[in-house]
Design a protein around this ligand. Sequence first.
Ligand code: SF4
Ligand code: SF4
Length: 189
Amino acid sequence: MPEGPNGRTFYQRVVNATPGGKSLAQCLQCGSCGGSCPSGPDMEHTPRQLFAMIMAGMEDEVLSSNTPWHCVSCYYCTVRCPQQIPITDLMYTLKQMAIARGKYRESGHVDFSSSFIGMVERFGRSFELGLATRYHLTHNPLKMVSKGSLGLQMMLKGRLSPLPESIRNMPQLTAILTEAKRIAAQQEV
Ligand code: SF4
Ligand code: SF4
């Protein structure tokens, strides 16, 4: 099997970068994950297929797959997996790796993810109006017209905040995120 940095295989790097990732070796290929996934129809590979490809060392194919980018982190697959494999966390690892290697093809997903993380780092929570506005202005300005009236209706009904609101203990969250980044920097993806 081809080896990457530090002589570790792709499979070993994915497992090492994912909390609880060692259980991936116990995958039964039962398909419960794909059968539970609401994003399945949009995915090029089901989670089960992706895991078989990881084990086969198909690094380029896995990191180029759109599957992790269509994962909406609902954790449904993780709850249903008979082997308690952290499927959702594995999807995050694959996204990180795809970004690090420049393998992703759908930059819209990466921009959306970066904007979301930026808002969480700044306010401690998502700011839907800012997130949607920034994303659509960059990637689909025409959609702003149809989305604009929907956003206005939501604001009038108090379902959408016109301004970002910070959580109370922002310094505590900042400390947690800083530590998480420090740990992530030590991991080889
Ligand atoms: S549900 Fe779990 S054991 Fe079954 S294919 Fe998916 S990851 Fe593997
Ligand atoms: S967490 Fe992701 S992969 Fe799992 S069921 Fe939800 S969308 Fe699908």
